[in-house]
Design a protein around this ligand. Structure first.
Ligand SMILES: [Zn+2]
Length: 298
């Protein structure tokens, strides 16, 4: 794993400069999601995560949470696992929406969460030899974050806002990038001393204050270890109600948009962190897991 991982990082550095579109919360968003998740892990999951993380992570899930973005041009098959698109409607439907452009089922963020979850459930079993569980963990941590970014469940016609050009304060960019990075970066500068950990602590403190009543609902899941269909359905609704709302080609977005949408960004990051922890806690606790129906591995 070690040498291959460094080679991949090297390739990434070469390739990422030419990326045309963004496909995830920025590095800051993913770091915060995984950092929150790791702080909420129970003993079994905590040990397993430390065992599976590559050495380069230094025991920090957050430090490799953007790995899946960095290798998406190396592992080309993984490109479509970062999002799901709908045909311009505000609801998500697995059979209609979860496929790649060739029509291969399950090749979307929802399918990826189910599959990497199922792979990680083999941890400690002889059948785990079939998988690279280090990569499964890094993919899962990343994609649970991605699916909570509303425009990762946006419309196919505009590629989740990538094709909607906007003026963000003085800068020309696109709507997807505003949601992946720009709102978080502006909040960090304005509110959090330009420090990711200060922002993470502020979001995390709301878990025990403002959002306390909602957390049980975020964690609730009776049918399976993870419920990515629900995360996608929530995201496309938020894409319609918040991200796309009032935005056209060449819209000028500034303080009004930022102040009204930032609470959505912060809450989705918190939800992703809580849910990632819940999923990992279930995966690595066989007793809890047996309560849930198995998810097919592809
Ligand atoms: Zn991504």
């Amino acid at each position: 794993m070690g040498l291959l991982f460094f080679l991949q990082l090297f390739l990434v550095a070469l390739l990422s400069g030419g990326a045309q579109h963004t496909h995830a919360w920025g590095t800051e968003g993913h770091y915060i999601v995984c950092k929150i998740a790791q702080s909420l892990l129970k003993e079994n999951a905590s040990k397993a995560v430390l065992d599976l993380l590559p050495k380069v992570a230094g025991g920090e899930l957050g430090s490799v949470c953007s790995w899946a973005d960095e290798i998406r041009y190396v592992y080309r098959w993984s490109y479509f696992l970062h999002f799901v698109n709908t045909p311009g409607v505000c609801d998500y439907n697995y059979s209609r929406d979860c496929h790649n452009p060739s029509g291969e089922k399950n090749m979307c963020a929802v399918g990826a969460i189910s599959n990497f979850t199922a792979q990680l459930e083999t941890y400690g079993d002889s059948s785990s030899d079939k998988y690279n569980l280090t990569e499964s963990l890094m993919f899962l941590g990343h994609i649970v974050g991605d699916i909570h970014q509303p425009l990762h469940a946006g419309f196919l016609a505009d590629l989740g806002g990538n094709r909607i050009r906007v003026q963000w304060y003085q800068e020309l960019t696109n709507l997807h990038k505003v949601w992946d990075e720009k709102m978080i970066q502006k909040a960090m500068i304005d509110l959090y001393a330009n420090n990711t950990d200060v922002m993470r602590k502020a979001i995390q403190s709301n878990l025990t204050e403002g959002w306390l009543d909602e957390i049980l609902e975020w964690e609730t899941c009776t049918k399976s270890v993870a419920i990515p269909d629900k995360y996608a359905a929530e995201s496309v609704q938020l894409a319609c109600d918040s991200a796309y709302k009032g935005v056209d080609q060449n819209s000028k977005l500034g303080d009004d948009y930022h102040s009204s949408r930032l609470p959505v960004v912060q809450k989705r990051i918190a939800q992703a962190g809580v849910r990632l922890a819940t999923v990992l806690n279930r995966i690595f606790d066989k007793t809890a897991r047996e309560k849930f129906s198995k998810i097919a591995v592809v």
